[in-house]
Design a protein around this ligand. Structure first.
Ligand code: ADP
Length: 487
């Protein structure tokens, strides 16, 4: 079905395509067919250093990029959004082949990416400081400089847009390393930045592995900032390794987000569907997935029954089929990790009421899985699974469930389904998480205007919205002597 040609597999530096200096390549696999999709040039330290040198050059104070009028920067971003819109079908197909997600979902991601670029395009000429009259001074908000950006495989194109949008809006230069599982859509995005007319060196994309290319980006002293989305484990490593050159670091990391279903929901079957969609979206490969479903004891049994019914209704199969809601997991390693976590749930005494196995078919498919009678101490209730595995826990009072929701090192998302505004307000102020979603259909930031990020070990800084620009600017204070005025 509608496979598309892979057009770019090389390293993108200075608006040119390069083979890796080492001569090495790596395979990217289609997780639906389990077959090789393409050989991609494997960047490592030498290629990263070359890309960083290009980004440094493009950031010189007298470079075309630094001299560019801010409105023109915005215009380039608008044009980039237009080209993505022109090619959205191709990009979504490429993403679907590389990642395994249903094409309908990939189209949704691309649409969000277009919105991200348009949002930040409009901001490019509205970034300004303050005048401070006490002494005569003003502040300028200047770009941070060279931004190393490292993205994961669950939303490859969308995450690249979250990184490029604010960074380019604010006048930075970037070196992006896509995830090794899914390098193709970011390379295509790089080709569009060239077509739009970004000056050479402003955008660079180096595919490669985390321990080599990613680590080299974090180590390079010329890189001023690292923006990372990925696991908490690697986020901690990056924070340590980036500290030697005092890099600005923003991190969007893992989560074990709670979703609370109160006794005040009108329709229990609908609540069960909403909760499961919040957990299973993108085959459960969402950092903010609502994986801990807390259900009030008075509706627990009925809720579990509806959850099982809904779980058995999901259509899985070829990502290119418009009816498919579930594709495969991104790769064999992830699939095996999920199966291991499912096994631990069974071992620890949770009741597996739906799914629980690898699907008996080609592709890295895991059955959508629901566990009932889950208790707080179980591994499946504490560790991120990153797959279609829902944990349903029982609670009695709102105060008790708030305590339990907060009893985690993570703090990314949280949600409540209720018809009681007081309950919703209490929950929203008591939860220690970067987002609280009240009666929403999915736990995923679908709005570019609202900031997204984590409390605690779920991250540092915010992406999207006006707050998403903060991590890409440095404040410079300029003071002018007024000889007539006493200081
Ligand atoms: P996951 O376990 O879900 O694959 P990771 O946090 O390992 O998530 O990966 C997210 C991104 O971080 C990927 O682009 C990966 O290549 C990169 N990465 C992995 N290890 C490192 C590292 N040591 N330094 C920098 N980047 C890394």
């Amino acid at each position: 079905m509608a496979q598309v040609e892979v057009k770019y597999t090389q390293i993108f530096i200075n608006n040119e395509w390069h083979d890796s200096i080492s001569g090495k390549t790596f395979e990217t696999i289609n997780p639906f067919t389990e077959e090789k999709l393409a050989n991609v040039q494997e960047g490592d330290k030498a290629d990263i250093d070359r890309a960083v040198a290009a980004a440094v050059d493009a950031f010189r104070f007298d470079s075309p990029w630094r001299q560019m009028d801010a409105s023109q920067r915005g215009h380039l971003l608008y044009r980039l959004a237009d080209l993505i819109e022109r090619d959205q079908d191709y990009i979504a197909s490429l993403e679907s082949m590389d990642n395994g997600k249903p094409k309908t979902m990939a189209l949704f991601d691309v649409d969000l990416a277009i919105k991200v670029f348009r949002y930040y395009a409009g901001y490019a000429d509205k970034i300004h400081g303050k005048t401070i009259p006490a002494v005569f001074a003003f502040t300028r908000i200047e770009p941070v400089g060279i931004c190393g950006q490292i993205v994961p495989w669950n939303f490859p194109f969308l995450m690249a847009s979250w990184k490029f949008g604010p960074a380019l809006c604010a006048g930075n230069t970037v070196v992006l390393k896509p995830a090794e599982q899914t390098p193709l859509s970011a390379l295509y995005l790089a080709s569009l930045t060239k077509e739009v007319g970004f000056p050479p060196g402003v955008v660079n994309v180096v595919p490669g592995f985390g321990e080599t290319a990613g680590a080299a980006l974090v180590d390079n002293p010329k890189v001023d900032k690292i923006a990372f989305t990925g696991s908490t484990e690697i986020g901690k490593l990056i924070m340590r390794n980036g500290s030697h050159s005092m890099k600005r670091i923003t991190l969007e990391l893992g989560g074990k987000s709670p979703l609370v279903v109160t006794e005040n929901v009108e329709d229990i079957a609908q609540a069960a569907r909403t909760a499961q969609d919040s957990c299973f979206l993108n085959m459960g490969q969402c950092c903010c997935a609502g994986t801990r479903t807390f259900v009030h004891e008075s509706i627990y049994d009925e809720f579990v029954k509806h959850s099982v019914e809904y779980c058995q209704s999901h259509v899985f199969g070829n990502p290119f089929d418009s009816k498919t809601a579930f594709g495969p997991q991104v790769d064999k390693t992830q699939m095996n990790r999920i199966l291991e976590m499912i096994e631990s749930g069974k071992q620890e005494g949770a009741r597996c009421v739906a799914g629980g196995n690898r699907m008996d078919k080609r592709g890295y498919f895991v059955e959508p899985t629901v566990f009932a009678d889950v208790t707080d101490g179980m591994r499946i209730a504490r560790e991120e699974i990153f797959g279609p595995v829902q944990q349903i826990l029982k609670y009695k009072t709102l105060d008790e469930v708030i305590e339990r929701c907060n009893d985690t090192n993570y703090g990314l998302g949280s949600a409540i389904l209720t018809n009681d505004i007081n309950e919703a307000m209490k929950f929203s102020r008591s939860i220690r998480a970067g987002s609280v979603w009240i009666n929403i259909p999915y736990m995923i930031p679908v709005s570019v205007q609202t900031p997204f990020g984590g409390f605690k070990e779920s991250g540092v800084g915010r992406e999207l919205g006006e707050d998403g620009l903060r991590g890409y600017g440095e404040i410079k204070t300029v003071v002018i002597m007024d000889r007539e005025k006493k200081m």
